[in-house]
Each structure stands twice: as structure tokens, then as C-alpha cells.
Ligand binder design. Structure first.
Ligand code: SF4
Ligand code: SF4
Length: 391
């Protein structure tokens, strides 16, 4: 088997002609649309529509990237196009979220209808490594092909949310929250995401990294320019290139580890070919040209450190969510987002309070807070462990 190809195209602005060109070049370098999708297929574009966030927040796939992909497919004669994602807050509809992210307008202009992501269907998956079933959005199940339009962002649980993690939006509504309770730590959650990718298998992954998100992602982080569009048929290779560009070891991301283990792709540098408009380049050159070692992402190795084997010490190593009271408006979305039957967060005098002993550290509360009022802190003991016990 040949190496996994990952295309890197520089794109300095969300300007229609620049993004159109970047998308066309990326797809051409990978062999053209016909390598991935057939004209008669029902194709679903799957952007990241985590929440109703304006494009400037870099929380969701930028509408220009979505539109560029839609336009390019239309230009090449693809008629049967739809779009869909399951937003983080299942009480807010897909179209309402897409409207807030600027994607609905582009979709309407291109005549791309919403697929049915408002209904779910259980799919048994007995061969799964962690999950024996999923409740998937009907729109994802009815698709012949999914094109994954992911965002280059940080994530408190999995460190990054790129191509692999973006398929989680094919899981229907509140089942996403329930999945956090079923798969309550980064490792087992990564296994489940691996299973999901085996089941859903998007044909192509295009990552919007023109304006990425660093820090307290996936919703409350800070936009930071990377000026890049990445594309690959291999989501693990794609995510691992993102990792290397931000000086994060790919093997610290569970979705990479299980993605490789399950045969979805590879994060090994010698198995990846980086393609650019000037031809193939080494990872080293790519990193020296486009890398950002100051990108704010969790690089600590405490979860993998030697203390992990001593089970009772694990709570001392877990990173804890906390509320920044001055930013909190008491909306209670964090409480709704907690997937536990007996919530580990509740409102007291209008402000959220944690029950840390019950908390499984899934960070759904942090992910869904619209005010950036929840952050996650590393304990001092985890910091010491990180400095002293490297993998
Ligand atoms: S979601 Fe954020 S703003 Fe709303 S109550 Fe929770 S912490 Fe406060
Ligand atoms: S309180 Fe937050 S981190 Fe803890 S279990 Fe609930 S949603 Fe997850």
C-alpha cells in the first residue's frame, strides 16, 4: 500500500476566489472529485456546526470553505448534494445552527438542501471495539458518500478536533451527550470515534485551517491564523499533520492512536506524503514553513504517564473544568449539557457549581458554554508528573 497523501495549500483569507482556488487545487492534487465520488451518488457535505457561532469565532467550518466545496462539486457536474451535522445543542435545529454560522445562506445560494439530521436511527455494530451500536442521523445513513469539512481546532478531551472527531456530528441529537457518559474518558472516547469512522467512512476530508482555534476549544478558544487548507482521504494522516504543525505529538491524540490501530489511516511520518503545489515536501519542511509551535494546545503527557497505572491516583491527574464566575450569565446550558443522569453540575443562586466526585471529565459543559465561562485546569500534581514522566 502506498503512503497516505495529505495536501497542504496556503490560503490567507476567507475571500471567495482564494478559497475556491485553494479547494480546487487541493482536490486536483488528490486526483480530482471523480476519485472520491460518482455523479449519481447522494453526497452529504458534513461541516462542523457545533453551535450558532459567527464565522469570525473560528468555531465552525467557515461558510466560504463550505461554499467553495459546493461550487466546485456543482462545477464538476455533481447534482445530488446535501449538507448536515448534528449541533452540540440538540434543542437547536440544524438549519437554525447553520443559519447562525453563515452556512445556510451559502447552501441556499448553491441549492444544497439540508439532509435529515433531525431524526436518528439505531445501527447495531457488534464488531465495534468500544461501541456495539450507534444512533446515527438519518441523513448520514441515507448518504452514499460523506465529504468531511472539518475545522482545525483544539478540544479539551481529545486535545484536537479535526477530521476523525468531526464524524461525531453524524451521531443523532442527545445521543452525543449520552456517548460521553458511555465512553467517559479520552481513551475510550477515542476508541468509539475509531469505531464510528469505520462505520461512517467519509470519502474525503477537507480541513479549514485558514483561521484555526487554539486554547479553550472547541467553542470557547481563540481564533488564530494558520492560513491553511488541508485535505486527505486519510483522516488520521490529516489530523497528524495538523498535530505536527502545532508541535503536538500525534500519538498523544487518542483518535490518532485508535485510527491507526483500527486500520483507518496512519500517523507515522514515514507513511505520509505531504503534497503541495510545488510537489511533495518533507514534514520537516512543512513544519518549518507553516508550523506554529506557540499554538495553544494541551501538550502535557500526564494522561499517558507512569502514574496512570496507579489507578487511585488518577483523580489527582484529571484536568478539572471550572467556572469563571465573572463571565457566567447563569443560562444553565452547561447543566443541560452534562450527560450524567445525576448531573455533576447544577445551578446554585444562578451560578453553576460542580460535584467533582461525580464528574467524569467529559467537558461537555465546557464545550457548550456560549460565554467562554468554563475553562479546564491541569492539577499541580499532573504538571509535576508531566515534567518527570514522559512517555
Ligand atoms: S453555560 Fe456558561 S454562562 Fe451558562 S451557566 Fe454555564 S457557565 Fe454560566
Ligand atoms: S460536569 Fe461537565 S465535565 Fe463533568 S460530567 Fe458533567 S458535563 Fe462532563
Amino acid at each position: 500500500m502506498g503512503k497516505s497523501k495529505v495536501v497542504i495549500i496556503e490560503c490567507r483569507k476567507y475571500k471567495q476566489d482564494l478559497v475556491d482556488q485553494a479547494v480546487s487545487e487541493a482536490v486536483e492534487l488528490l486526483g480530482g472529485w471523480e476519485r472520491f465520488v460518482a455523479k449519481e451518488e447522494r453526497i452529504v457535505l458534513k461541516p462542523n456546526l457545533l453551535a450558532r457561532c459567527s464565522p469570525e469565532k473560528a468555531c465552525t467550518t467557515h461558510p466560504q470553505v463550505f461554499a467553495a466545496v459546493g461550487r466546485s462539486l456543482r462545477h464538476h457536474g455533481y447534482e445530488n448534494l446535501l449538507y448536515g451535522d448534528s449541533p452540540g445543542n440538540h434543542l437547536i435545529g440544524v438549519e437554525q445552527t447553520a443559519e447562525g454560522c453563515g452556512i445556510l445562506r451559502e447552501a441556499r445560494q448553491l441549492g444544497i438542501e439540508a439532509a435529515n439530521f433531525s431524526e436518528g436511527q439505531q445501527v447495531d455494530y457488534p464488531q465495534g471495539h468500544a461501541a456495539d451500536h450507534f444512533v446515527l442521523c438519518k441523513g448520514a445513513l441515507e448518504a452514499d458518500a460523506i465529504i468531511n469539512l472539518c475545522k482545525m481546532k483544539t478540544h479539551q478531551l481529545e486535545r484536537i478536533t479535526g477530521a476523525m472527531k468531526n464524524t461525531f456530528g453524524c451521531v443523532y441529537g442527545f445521543n452525543k451527550g449520552a456517548s460521553h457518559a458511555r465512553f467517559p474518558n479520552a481513551d475510550v472516547f477515542g476508541k468509539m470515534i475509531g469505531d464510528l469512522n469505520l462505520l461512517v467512512r467519509p470519502r474525503l476530508h477537507i480541513m479549514d485551517g485558514v483561521m484555526a482555534m487554539e486554547g479553550n476549544g472547541p467553542q470557547s478558544g481563540d481564533p488564530t491564523p494558520m492560513y491553511l487548507l488541508l485535505a486527505s482521504a486519510d483522516p488520521v494522516a490529516l489530523d497528524s499533520v495538523f498535530c505536527r504543525l502545532v508541535d503536538l505529538k500525534p500519538e498523544l491524540v487518542p483518535t490518532n492512536v485508535y485510527g491507526q490501530k483500527y486500520g483507518i489511516g496512519t500517523y507515522e511520518e514515514d507513511q505520509i506524503e505531504v503534497l503541495t503545489l510545488e510537489g511533495p515536501i518533507s514534514m520537516e519542511v512543512a513544519v518549518s514553513r507553516w508550523g506554529n509551535a506557540d499554538f495553544n494546545v494541551e501538550r502535557g503527557e500526564e494522561f499517558q504517564g507512569q502514574l496512570k497505572v496507579i489507578g487511585f491516583l488518577q483523580p489527582l491527574l484529571d484536568r478539572k473544568p471550572f467556572v469563571k464566575k465573572d463571565q457566567c450569565v447563569g443560562c444553565g446550558i452547561c447543566v443541560q449539557a452534562c450527560p450524567l443522569e445525576e448531573k455533576a453540575i447544577y445551578l446554585k443562586k444562578g451560578k453553576p457549581v460542580y460535584r467533582y466526585r461525580k464528574c467524569i471529565k467529559c467537558y461537555c459543559c465546557q464545550e457548550m458554554c456560549p460565554q467562554k465561562a468554563i475553562d479546564v485546569k491541569t492539577t499541580w500534581i499532573a504538571k509535576i508528573a508531566d515534567r518527570n514522566w514522559k512517555i
